[in-house]
Write a protein that binds this ligand. Structure first.
Ligand code: CO8
Length: 289
């Protein structure tokens, strides 16, 4: 496996040749150099993306992020998949954006190329995405985890935004998402000093929704994803859209959107099936319609 990323043009060529042809496509990892992607769960309804650049502690280079985007596109287009898990290794979820790749960039190139513009694809996924974080989640690694819908942490996980120590600041939502998750005071301390949070501190601060033994982390995240995937996919998407709106809209508008989406559930067969199954005391069978 290469330590350094190949050129963006190679990645784009690879993206062009990537055609999703069905459920089995993810049973091999042949298409990816920096990640592994396959389906998990008893019903193979969970898409697992594992960052796999161990020698660089999963530092996020452009090629890796292109591959994450491709895998996400594939899972989003796979009707069998109901939720996605993103994880790294036991030592590192991701130790940040690739400092060696960024070292010699200058402002005109960063600005002209709109550097990092395609690095937030995870935040626009329509299917729920769980980050399963073992080890370091620093800088862009912490930002990538925060782009996910919820974060599970292994008990040795460490979260931080140490960009200030490199003479820069977070560039993929760290100042925004961290502040919303843990509040201004703690976010300020983390971003201004580079202080890291342990898994337990992150739990206490509301950044993560569960802490698990290192070995149990991915199975637990997969179990949660399977639970999500067993519900109606269309209703799940509406619930996710409504929660995400809470970060963008004033309360009255957010409540209005929620009400509209609630009403919209009555246009689906799954809403009828869910309530009918309850009344008839039988197992529900959602069709995603
Ligand atoms: N970039 C490139 N290489 C890295 C990175 C990184 N972020 N982190 C670690 N590596 C490499 C090291 O250079 C080393 O490589 P080599 O063996 O070739 O020297 C290898 O990984 C192992 O690292 P260490 O020997 O340093 O391992 P330690 O266990 O001693 O330390 C640490 C682990 C504490 C994680 C340490 O490596 C470290 O401090 N890394 C840098 C963390 C950091 O500053 N991250 C922020 C980067 S800037 C950023 O993320 C900007 C965000 C922009 C938006 C991103 C959108 C998603």
């Amino acid at each position: 496996m290469a330590i350094f990323c190949r050129s963006a043009s190679f990645a784009v060529r690879q993206a062009a040749s990537f055609v999703f042809t069905g459920a089995r496509r993810y049973s091999t990892d042949a298409h990816f150099e920096f990640i592994l992607a396959n389906k998990r769960g008893v019903k193979e309804n969970v898409g697992l993306i594992q960052l796999n650049r161990p020698k660089a502690l999963n530092a996020l280079c452009d090629g890796l992020m292109q591959e994450v985007n491709q895998a996400l596109d594939g899972f989003e287009g796979d009707s069998q998949v109901g939720a996605i898990v993103i994880t790294g290794s036991e030592k590192a979820f991701a130790a940040g954006a690739d400092i060696k790749e960024m070292q010699n960039w200058a402002f005109p190139a960063c600005y002209s190329a709109n550097f990092l513009s395609h690095w937030n694809r995870v935040s626009s996924a329509r299917k729920p995405v769980i980050a399963a974080v073992n080890g370091f989640a620093l800088g862009g690694g912490c930002e990538l985890a925060m782009m996910c819908d919820n974060i599970y942490a292994g008990e040795k996980a460490q979260f931080g935004q140490p960009e200030i120590l490199l003479g820069t600041i977070p560039g993929a939502g760290g100042t925004q998402r961290l502040t919303r998750a843990v509040g201004k005071s703690l976010a300020m301390e983390m971003v201004l000093t580079g202080k890291r949070l342990s898994a337990q501190e992150a739990m206490q601060a509301g950044l993560v929704s569960g802490v698990f033994p290192v070995q149990q982390l991915v199975p637990e995240a997969t179990r949660c994803a399977e639970k999500i995937a067993s519900n109606s996919k269309i209703i799940t998407a509406m619930a996710k859209e409504a929660i995400n709106a809470a970060f963008e809209l004033p309360l009255a508008e957010g409540n209005r959107l929620e009400k509209r989406l609630f009403h919209a559930t009555f246009a689906t067969e799954d809403r009828k099936e869910g309530m009918t199954a309850f009344v008839e005391k039988r197992k529900v069978s959602f069709q995603g319609k």
